[in-house]
Design a protein. Structure first.
Length: 464
C-alpha cells in the first residue's frame, strides 16, 4: 500500500481557493505548469485506488449558494478525477468530466442506502443529499432519474421510522444533523424534483418475476441469488441485472452507487458491515436461504451480486458516524463521530482498508480487524468469486477496476490531507506549492503520478 497524504512539514503559506483560482485564471501559475493530465492512464498489475476524505465539517453544507452541496462529496470528486475516475460522462474532458465518466445525463442512478435501521445505524442522509445534488448538477444537464433504494427484508423504512429493534419506537430518527431529514424527506421536501425518487423494496421481496415479465414488481432469481425488478416513479422499468427495459430490449443507462454506513454487524457472521455486505442485502431473503448467505455463503453471495448481477460504479463508505458497538446505531454511546468517507470501485479493498484503518482503531476489537479469520475468509471468498466471474472491469460502463484485492500492497490510498492533520485546508495547499516539481512521490503529489504539479493544485483547490 502507498498512502498519498502522510505527515509532512508545516508550511504556513496562506492561499484560499478564491485567490488561487484568480492566479490560475490570470496565468500567474502558467510558468510552473505542465500540461494538466485529465485522461485515465493505463495501469499494469494490480494497484486499486481508494479515495479517503477526512475532516468533513460537522456542518457539511458550507456553501450558501449551493445549500445541498456536501463538503465530503465536493472533496471526493476532484480526488477521483485526478486519477482518471471522472464522475460525469461528457464529451468535454476536465477534472470531473470525460467520455468514460460514471454518470451520463440520461442515466437512471440507483443509490443503495442502509434503511433497515435508523439513528446512526442507517446511511447518513446528509451525505446522500450531497450525492444527489452532485448528480443533478451534471454539467451537460441531467435528464435521468436518481432513485434511493433499499430492501430492509421486512424491517426497512426510507422514512427512518422503523420500530424493529427499537422497542416499538416508530419515531423518525435519520442519521443526519437534523434527524427529521429522512430519505423520504430528501425526496418529498428538500429536492421536490421529479428527477429524484425513492423505492423501498420490502413489499415486493416475496413476489417472483419471470425473465419474460416486464410488468410485475418483484424479484427475479439468478442461480442462488436474486435481484429486484420494478418501475420507478419516473416510469422507468429497472431490472437490476439486465438494465432498463425499453419495451424492445435493454438499455444500459443504469448506474448503481453503493453507500453503506460503516459499523459492527454480528459476532460469528460478517462481524462488520461495509460495502460488500451492504450491497448483497439488496437481494431477497424470502427464498429461505438467509442463514447460508449470512454465514458460510457470505463471501460467495457478496461476490456474485457485485460481479454477476450489477457492479456498483462507485462504493462510498459512510464513516461520518461509525457504529462500532452496535448494528442499530443506538444508543449514541455505541457510536463515534469520525467525519470521514472512503470510496473505491474495488469493494474488497475498500472493506479491508476501512476495517483496518477506520473501524478497528476506534475500539481495537480484534473481530473488526480484516485479518481476523472470520472476516478474512469471506473477503477472500468474495474476491475469488468476483475474479472467477471475470473481474469487474467495464470501461464502457465507467468501471476501471479489474481484479479486486485484499492485499494492501495492491492498494493506493489517495487523500488531499497532505500534512496528515485530519483536514484539508490552505496549509495543505502551501505544502503543495513548496514541493512544486518534486518527483519523489511525496504526499504533496496528490494524484501520485510521480510529480507535484498543476493537477495537484487543482484537486486541492477544489477541496477547499
Amino acid at each position: 500500500m502507498r498512502l498519498a497524504g502522510g505527515r509532512d512539514m508545516q508550511y504556513n503559506h496562506r492561499m484560499d481557493r478564491r485567490r488561487f483560482l484568480k492566479l490560475l485564471a490570470a496565468g500567474a501559475l502558467a510558468p510552473l505548469a505542465r500540461p494538466l493530465r485529465l485522461l485515465a492512464r493505463p495501469r499494469t498489475g494490480i494497484l486499486n485506488d481508494l479515495f479517503w476524505v477526512t475532516g468533513v465539517p460537522e456542518y457539511p453544507f458550507t456553501d450558501p449558494s449551493r445549500p445541498d452541496s456536501h463538503a465530503a462529496v465536493r472533496r471526493l470528486l476532484p480526488l477521483m478525477g485526478g486519477r482518471g475516475l471522472k464522475f460525469y460522462r461528457s464529451p468535454e474532458v476536465g477534472l470531473l468530466t470525460g467520455p468514460f465518466g460514471l454518470i451520463a445525463p440520461d442515466d437512471v442512478v440507483l443509490i443503495k442506502v442502509n434503511a433497515q435501521w435508523k439513528y446512526r445505524g442507517c446511511t447518513n442522509s446528509d451525505l446522500v443529499r450531497g450525492l444527489i445534488r452532485a448528480v443533478l448538477d451534471h454539467p451537460d444537464g441531467f435528464r435521468g432519474e436518481v432513485v434511493i433504494i433499499e430492501n430492509g427484508q421486512g424491517r426497512g423504512s426510507l422514512n427512518c421510522d422503523t420500530s424493529a429493534s427499537y422497542e416499538g419506537d416508530s419515531s423518525v430518527h435519520a442519521n443526519a444533523n437534523d434527524e427529521s431529514h429522512s430519505f423520504l424527506r430528501l425526496v418529498d421536501s428538500i429536492f421536490a424534483d421529479p428527477r429524484v425518487s425513492a423505492r423501498l423494496l420490502d413489499p415486493i421481496r416475496g413476489v417472483s418475476c419471470r425473465a419474460s415479465d416486464h410488468v410485475t414488481e418483484g424479484y427475479r432469481a439468478f442461480e442462488n441469488v436474486s435481484y429486484p425488478c420494478f418501475t420507478t416513479a419516473g416510469g422507468r422499468r429497472v431490472e437490476l441485472r439486465e438494465g432498463i427495459w425499453t419495451g424492445a430490449g435493454y438499455a444500459q443507462n443504469l448506474k448503481l452507487i453503493n453507500v453503506p454506513v460503516l459499523k459492527h454487524h454480528d459476532t460469528g457472521g460478517s462481524e462488520i458491515t461495509a460495502s460488500l455486505k451492504h450491497f448483497y442485502g439488496v437481494l431477497s431473503m424470502s427464498d429461505g436461504h438467509s442463514s447460508f448467505r449470512h454465514y458460510e455463503g457470505l463471501g460467495e453471495t457478496a461476490g456474485k451480486m457485485a460481479a454477476a448481477v450489477r457492479t456498483p460504479v462507485l462504493n462510498i463508505i459512510d464513516a461520518i458516524w461509525v457504529s462500532h458497538l452496535s448494528i442499530t446505531g443506538y444508543p449514541a454511546s455505541t457510536t463515534f463521530r469520525l467525519n470521514q468517507i472512503l470510496a473505491s470501485q474495488d469493494p474488497v479493498a475498500l472493506d479491508y482498508w476501512a476495517a483496518k484503518h477506520i473501524l478497528y482503531p476506534i475500539d481495537q476489537n480484534p473481530r473488526h480487524h480484516p485479518d481476523y479469520p472470520g472476516i478474512a475468509a469471506w473477503l477472500a471468498a468474495a474476491r475469488d468469486t468476483i475474479n472467477g466471474l471475470g473481474g469487474l472491469a467495464d470501461p464502457e460502463g465507467g468501471i476501471l477496476v479489474g481484479a479486486p484485492t485484499a492485499d494492501e500492497r495492491e492498494m493506493l490510498v489517495l487523500s488531499a490531507d497532505v500534512n496528515g492533520d485530519g483536514t484539508t485546508d490552505s496549509r495543505d495547499l502551501g505544502i503543495v506549492m513548496s514541493r512544486w516539481g518534486d518527483a519523489s512521490f511525496s504526499p504533496a503529489d496528490i494524484d501520485q503520478n510521480g510529480v507535484v504539479d498543476l493537477t495537484d493544485f487543482v484537486i486541492l483547490s477544489e477541496s477547499l
